[in-house]
Ligand binder design. Sequence first.
Ligand code: T4K
Length: 370
Amino acid sequence: MSDRPITVTQPFLPPLEEFVPYLEEIWKARRLTNAGPFHQRLEVALAEYLGVEHIALFANGTLALVTALKSLALSGEIITTPFSFVATTHALWWSGITPVFADIDPKSLNLDPRAIEATITSRTTAILPVHVYGRPCDVGAIQRIADAHGLKVIYDAAHAFAVRDSGGSVTRYGDLSVLSFHATKVFTTFEGGAIVCPDAKTKQHIDLLKNFGFADEVTVRTVGINGKMNELQAAFGLLQLRYVDATIRRRQEIDTLYRRALESVAGIDCPLLPPGITWNHAYFPILVQPGYPLSRDELYHRLREVGIHARRYFYPLISEFPMYRNLSSAAPASLPIAHNVAKRVLCLPIYPALDLEEMDKIIDIISGIG
Ligand code: T4K
């Protein structure tokens, strides 16, 4: 067992010496940012890896979300999930858009299409669903609702890198999909993100927006922001990409071991995926049900006492944070499933360097209680 703390996730770092040639190239070219050669190469490589046509890289996922909203000129109200990382709703609020929370589905843990439909008003302009833990949303139902009401759909796909259904990457759904490449993600560029765009024109517009609106040296076409990914990030991404399939395979092994060990533990549920999905095993959520001898928080603290830092993603719900809790859609009575899940969920450590001894320790504690 290593002496590193057992945290919920840890980034996979390729051998340091393999990064040195990339650094040498950057030093030699003295090109550090602004759509340099590594940035261009990573865009091509990621589009190929994901099987999508157009992708625009960003400095982080939050800037990518904000830029995605801007690119579609959205305003008014946008329907979203309270069961996500706070950045999802912050991106709306930061953009002057009113978030409207809808409840989640107890199985997928993603926005419930029926709840979406029930919250549409004349001010609704779009839906911002999240593929939570990389588990795909009900994309068919969401698109049908969007089409019926003339709404845009932006998927927060921060957790869904390399997640595929029978037709390919789930990032191809909606008007736009946004990825995060933060250090805690399956594929990382330290900080980073991207927007998957449906066509070249959209990508061009988004590229303009992320570079202050510059069309050329002297022409500023729109009010843009600085959302650019730099060359260090992009070079690291190219190196990471070589290892990403192997790291996902290792995550899958860990997932299988956890499931096998925990299936017989009364009161611990390991949510299943719908069939036909190639998952990235970004997270391993369990639900601590009433049949278990400890509450979720008691189990969380018990694990912490022995150096295991599981995380209560996503508790508290976004709708409980002070800046959002007075919104009418944040009323707990209208989000019963999300509240119940947020009270029960615990994400167990899952990352390539997690070893068998560490896993045994985690499993022994969870299964040995009671
Ligand atoms: N939408 C969704 C649905 C998201 O989940 C996120 C980000 C975003 C949008 C926004 O994307 P970005 O703007 O971040 O690209 C983490 C991440 O900071 C955040 O990126 C992520 N979601 C969220 C789910 O998790 P924290 O506050 O829980 O991170 P932290 O620092 O507590 O790290 C968790 C564990 O990971 C630590 O216990 C140790 C380990 N760790 C972390 C870092 C940063 C490492 O081993 N190495 C590291 O460098 O938010």
